[in-house]
Design a protein around this ligand. Structure first.
Ligand code: NAP
Length: 328
């Protein structure tokens, strides 16, 4: 019997491909070439399974081009790039990679928070430019992290891991979620609405999923409500922050600085952000430690292997929706 066909859209660790070859006829992108949506549709057209990443759009057009498609596995926890409703309507399970990247991403949120509050990259650039003539009392004064108020928008897996790290800095913790976080007492975190969080936090970390509801959730009006001298970290997804409005708030206030790992329209970065000095910019590397990325890649593969074996999926996104569809 012939093996089911699997398209892996991006170059991935060889051990992951080897594990999948045992069960699938695997088509890879060894050069890690950029594929247009049309090229992806062509390459996926006869496939039974798709292994994608956070930057691959799986939309109605791609689904329509793949009549044999039976499963979509993404090597990311976020799945806003996938039209999950359209997959569900076609009976296609979608899987993601929660938990295995939580701690690495929380570490990175803290790296950005510290670098932002204490002006690490801004002062390094100045030093490299040969501008360090002598020490001065008021050189690169930043904001205290210890003892400050940390506001977390999205107290889920990663938000909670960010919050746990704050105890070492004696911070006051508050958060915004649509529903109370079950671990708020354990974390010592107070749930407040977004406006209150923005107006009363010294440092704000965004770590919630992108969706049409969270598009530009932090725009000019929200930025204007932030405390003068506050900092903002976006480790979540581009599009949640209005990057043009953020660049203005960094230039004109009230923000002191921002740290961004994700951008609207990435890998293109709004030129206005490149012009302001008080922003730390990283190229979507929140989960980028070797162990974390390997664990993510393997979890996506384990979902595909479980599917081929007719076993329960490890981390389904639309399991409930598929069951409800089956029952109706
Ligand atoms: P999670 O456990 O599902 O947590 C998400 C949290 O956001 C939940 O507590 C949820 O609570 C809250 N939330 C959702 N919609 C909200 C809204 N409209 N307003 C306020 N809160 C809202 O997810 P996670 O594993 O922590 O990951 C969070 C996100 O981080 C991912 O979706 C991904 O996009 C991003 N991420 C980025 C990187 C990177 O490399 N930069 C790496 C990993 C993850 P309620 O449902 O109660 O609102």
């Amino acid at each position: 019997m012939s093996k089911p066909r699997l398209l892996i859209t991006r170059r991935v660790f060889p051990e992951v491909v080897d594990a999948l070859r045992a069960v699938y006829e695997v088509r890879t992108n060894d050069d890690d070439a950029f594929w247009t949506p049309e090229q992806t549709r062509e390459k996926a057209a006869d496939c039974d399974a798709l292994y994608v990443v956070a930057t691959d759009r799986v939309d109605a057009a791609l689904l329509a081009a793949c009549p044999n498609l039976k499963i979509v596995a993404t090597g990311s926890v976020g799945y806003n790039q996938i039209d999950v409703a359209a997959c569900t309507a076609r009976g296609i399970p979608v899987t993601n990679t929660p938990d295995v990247l939580t701690e690495a991403t929380a570490d990175m949120a803290w790296a950005l928070l510290m670098a932002t509050a204490r002006r690490v990259t801004e002062s390094e650039r100045w030093l490299r430019e040969g501008k360090w003539g002598r020490w001065a009392w008021d050189q690169f004064l930043g904001a205290d992290v210890h003892g400050a108020t940390l506001g977390i928008v999205g107290m889920g897996r990663i938000g909670s891991a960010v919050a746990r790290r704050a105890s070492g800095f004696s911070m006051r913790l508050q958060y915004t979620n649509r529903s109370p976080a079950p671990n708020e007492a354990e974390l010592g975190a107070l749930r407040v609405d977004l406006d209150t969080l923005l107006a009363t936090s010294d440092h704000v970390v965004l770590v919630l999923p992108y969706s049409p509801q969270t598009q530009h959730m932090i725009g000019a009006a929200q930025l204007a409500r932030m405390k003068p001298g506050a900092t903002l970290v976006n480790i979540a997804r581009g599009g949640i922050v209005d990057d043009a409005a953020l660049a203005r708030a960094l230039r004109d206030g009230p923000l002191a600085a921002a740290g961004l790992d994700v951008f609207e329209g990435e890998p293109v970065v709004n030129p206005a952000l490149l012009e302001v000095p008080n922003v730390v910019l990283t190229p979507h590397i929140g989960s980028a430690t070797r162990s974390s990325r390997l664990a993510m890649a393997m979890l996506a593969a384990r979902n595909l292997l479980a599917f081929a074996a007719g076993e329960p999926l490890h981390t389904p996104v639309n399991g409930d929706a598929l069951r409800a569809r089956g029952a109706s």
